[in-house]
Write a protein that binds this ligand. Sequence first.
Ligand code: NAD
Length: 436
Amino acid sequence: MRISIFGLGYVGAVCAGCLSARGHDVVGVDVSQAKIDLINQGKSPIVEPGLAELLDAGVRSGLLRGTTDVSAAVLASELSFIAVGTPSKRNGDLDLGYMESVCQQIGAALRDKQERHTVVVRSTVLPGTVKNVVIPLLESASGKRAGVDFGVATNPEFLRESTAIKDYDFPAMTVIGELDEQSGDLLQELYSELDAPIIRKSIEVAEMIKYTCNVWHAAKVTFANEIGNIAKAAGVDGREVMDVICQDHKLNLSKYYMKPGFAFGGSCLPKDVRALSYRAGSLDVEAPLIGSLMRSNAAQVKKAFDIVTGYDKRRIGLLGLSFKAGTDDLRESPLVELAEMLIGKGYELKIFDSNVEYARVFGANKDYIESKIPHVSSLLCKELDDVVAASDVLIVGNGEPRFADVVKGIGDDKQIVDLVGFMEHATQANREGICW
Ligand code: NAD
């Protein structure tokens, strides 16, 4: 198929790489010239395992290219995916600014298009957004009718950063929300080569499925963390407890997100929890469980801070800055928050994160790292050993594999605080886990 993808961030760049690898003709569009230049050089704008290779192969084969020209991209394709960001507003609601402007641009380009075109929203949006915002904008800008002159669908993205390509190739399911049957058929054909159930629903149901999924993940993390905290206080390793709970197949509870540990973070879970809570409030629906997830999550960051500062040592090393290993995404990383709390209290902090270090030099996140969090990024060190040598307390913040060796190799002179679960049991006096 001929496909245009609007927004070449974590979702769009992965889709562009995976779709071109499967032989589709893909044109990626972004407002950032820097991202377009990287794509056209066959380089990845983000850190994501395997993505640079796919983008490079796509560009070399002539199946993938980037542009800032919206109209040319729409005219050259039969299907447009929208993968622009939908960040949180201050009040927790979704900021649809990028979505609105991309819809106006695509709509204007549709005016001159003779061939049938289908617009697919891949970004995460609250139920009703496509009906009340996306379709009206596309219709007014194009002068055409949605579902008649052009197709509209949603296709929520379920990828997890750091395993995004595997998640694309082996999804648990593919959800299609369709306005018109023809658009649903087109997406079904696109995904027919994947070995996963394809579930076709109305657009509103598909929109709600994505929120339900992310809020469920957040609820699992906070539940596991609270159990872990209580277990630890009672002298029990919460991980052992949760391992057994996850073996109860009648409960059918997958082990993912059920590991007691540190707070959840990243660009999706916090923003989607806030958006659904906001929507519940604006619909006059009480949802105290969902409404308290962010509070429980913040308490877990404070808990890590209390453990670290409880040792009365000033030189702290933070191993990992992004919310998980294998990505350079720093949006809403609880480790950035922990770093800020330590900096605010005057601790001597040094940080190591190989993916962030790479992105600081080569990636599209360079600006974010340097201009949005200079107070934190200025503490990044190039070498892991330098951070280890200069610290009395080492916080293992994410699961970068070589941090496991640090945990194993460290002497009695340093204190380790493990937020990830690398340590078997915190048997030695100089080792403490957040929930064990
Ligand atoms: P991102 O911020 O990394 O990327 C968005 C891109 O859109 C940026 O490169 C930006 O320059 C571009 N953009 C903005 N306006 C544009 C326009 N008018 N035309 C073309 N490009 C434009 O965001 P992301 O993390 O890829 O997330 C995108 C959406 O997917 C969000 O709704 C998010 O909630 C959802 N999502 C993200 C993930 C994830 O793990 N990151 C997973 C599932 C779903």
